[in-house]
Design a protein around this ligand. Sequence first.
Ligand code: ZN
Length: 144
Amino acid sequence: MLLISCPNCGSRDETEFHYGGQAHVPYPENPNELTDRQWAEFLFYRDNTKGAFAERWLHSTGCRQWFNMLRDTVTYDIQAVYPMGTPRPDAAVKATARTTPETGTASTAADSTTTGSAAPSTSTTSISPSTSETSTTAPEGAIK
Ligand code: ZN
């Protein structure tokens, strides 16, 4: 379950929210001038992004306010929460914001398996015996 940080209420369970689809889909300036295909594309066609995706969310059982969220569709990592009407945070802002909420998103995505990636610990212990074996001063003593 996602832990979503509402801009008005703070962190709440995903069950308090409703998904509102893709964000930043502007209403056509003059809908009557659109062809049927253009109108249908506005109504029904949305991006199917793999990666960072800007979407709308409604805090339906809380403050009942809409807001935008930038979420990674692969890792479910919530990269940004920002108010309606403000532009989508670009890639540069996303890269800097990714380092700061790292601890916050770790608690947010507690169910995801991607958070606990640790470096292998056997590398430091295997280096020292291999260097003593390659040294030419005492190979026979090491073998016996
Ligand atoms: Zn709220």
